[in-house]
Design a protein around this ligand. Structure first.
Ligand code: 13P
Length: 254
């Protein structure tokens, strides 16, 4: 039985005071929702403050990125050791980082290795672009991303994968539950080939891309989908709470 996970990726949104306000709006109700892991991923500068607010609650904290070196002369970067002190999860290989910050498969791989070594739980993002999807290359692209991201990684204990088709991110044009479930099934089969069936069955694989309170149930009902990585809707307390509540309800009958 995989416990579903809903993570809010706030991206480059919220000042420190806005982050505090957003957490305070949903803290009590979010804390009370059972049968689902709830993770907030605010910007780096709000991690410590959000961490204080959720201390002692069932809500967990994640970062949106990490560098692969432990320390040193890397101006502006944040190391896995620094994060391990503050939070449990870290998003790695988000398509926005691949697209705007030239993160290659090799860089993503180094980040995964470093994060796992530091005891962080990476949320590894994979997903095809629109033109790749239209050319029928989804399977090839996603498999390649998995193979390169996980090269040399012997144990994926602590890892979560998020399937985020790039064409669905921030566009309001979500995949259908069936489409997402198919690709997530493919991801699970790829993990089974790499690490064995038992580990593949235990691995949580999320869907991300225009998830809202209106379509959350459609995704959560799918057998292979174990939660969501939510962008825009995670910045609205009522939307995020609704997604988490729907997930909790479905997880009890799934
Ligand atoms: P949206 O939910 O805004 O489409 O963003 C998805 C995403 O990129 C989460 O990481």
């Amino acid at each position: 039985m995989r416990v579903p996970l809903i993570a809010g990726n706030w991206k480059m949104n919220t000042t420190l005071s806005e982050a505090t306000e957003l957490v305070n709006k949903m803290l009590r109700e979010l804390d009370g929702v059972e049968n689902v892991d709830k993770v907030l991923c605010p910007p780096f500068i709000s991690l410590a403050a959000v961490g204080e607010l959720i201390k002692g609650s069932s809500i967990k904290l994640g970062a949106q990125n990490v560098y692969f070196e432990e320390k040193g002369a890397y101006t502006g970067e944040i190391s896995p050791l620094m994060l391990a002190d503050l939070c449990e999860f870290v998003i790695i290989g988000h398509s926005e980082r691949r697209q705007y910050f030239n993160e290659t498969g090799e860089i993503v791989n180094r980040k995964i290795v470093a994060a796992l070594k530091a005891g962080l739980k990476p949320i590894l993002c994979v997903g095809e672009r629109l033109e790749e999807n239209e050319a029928g290359r989804t399977e090839k692209v996603v498999t390649e991303q998995l193979n390169s991201s996980l090269a040399g990684v012997n144990s994926i204990n602590g890892l979560t994968i998020a399937y985020e088709p790039v064409w669905a991110i921030g566009t309001g044009k979500a995949a259908t539950g069936k489409q997402a479930n198919e690709t997530i099934g493919l991801i699970r089969r790829t993990i089974s080939k790499l690490y064995g069936e038992r580990i593949a069955q235990d691995l949580r694989i999320l869907y991300g891309g225009s998830v809202t309170a209106n379509n959350a149930t459609e995704f959560m009902q799918q057998p292979d989908i174990d939660g969501a990585l939510v962008g825009g809707a995670s910045l609205k307390a009522d939307q995020f709470l609704s997604i988490v509540n729907q997930t909790s309800e479905i997880s009890q009958i799934k």
